[in-house]
Ligand binder design. Structure first.
Ligand code: 5GP
Ligand code: ZN
Length: 146
């Protein structure tokens, strides 16, 4: 069920909506009218942060364009802060969409995962290869109409 609470769309059974609403504590990094950034409770690396829209949406397609823009502005703010506050060597921005992709919490979130030399994380698996014919066909299929 969706209720209008404090100007946001809130789902009772959503952990992240409950964090936004202050019912579940979290370590806040940043917030504004449309977005919240907080530390992941079970981090992949030191400083692993989640950025979420305050208005519940399962995935990016369900979000208003203005909320997507606000979300990625917040991602940039957090990344800028991490660059000076953490001794990171790089980072991964990750969005898991759908259970097959590892989405566990069905409230859109962008993971900011600071990376450190020798942190042991490997996101670079290449499980598929495309022929040039297939790349051409896919470019046509996925091509976005303006
Ligand atoms: P997903 O697999 O859905 O992309 O990622 C969900 C993330 O949310 C996981 O990395 C998990 O550790 C984090 N998470 C789950 N429950 C909580 C919570 O109650 N508080 C915080 N801060 N993070 C959570
Ligand atoms: Zn939610």
């Amino acid at each position: 069920m969706t209720n209008k609470v404090l100007g946001c769309y809130y789902m009772d059974d959503c952990i992240f909506c409950r964090i936004i609403n202050g019912e579940i504590p979290s370590y806040t990094i940043y917030q504004d009218k449309k977005t919240l950034a907080f530390l992941d409770i079970n981090p992949n690396t030191r400083g692993h942060t989640l950025v979420i829209p305050k208005k519940h949406a399962k995935n990016i397609i369900d979000m208003e364009d203005t909320d997507v823009e606000a979300l990625f502005r917040t991602v940039k703010k957090v990344v800028s802060s991490m660059k000076v506050s953490l001794d990171l060597d790089g980072l991964n921005l990750v969005v898991n969409q759908g259970e097959v992709a590892g989405q566990v919490i069905h409230h859109f979130h962008c993971h900011i995962i600071p990376r450190y030399v020798d942190d042991g994380i490997n996101y670079s698996s290449k499980g598929y290869s495309s022929s040039t014919e297939e790349l051409e066909e896919l470019a046509g299929k996925i091509s976005v109409n303006i």
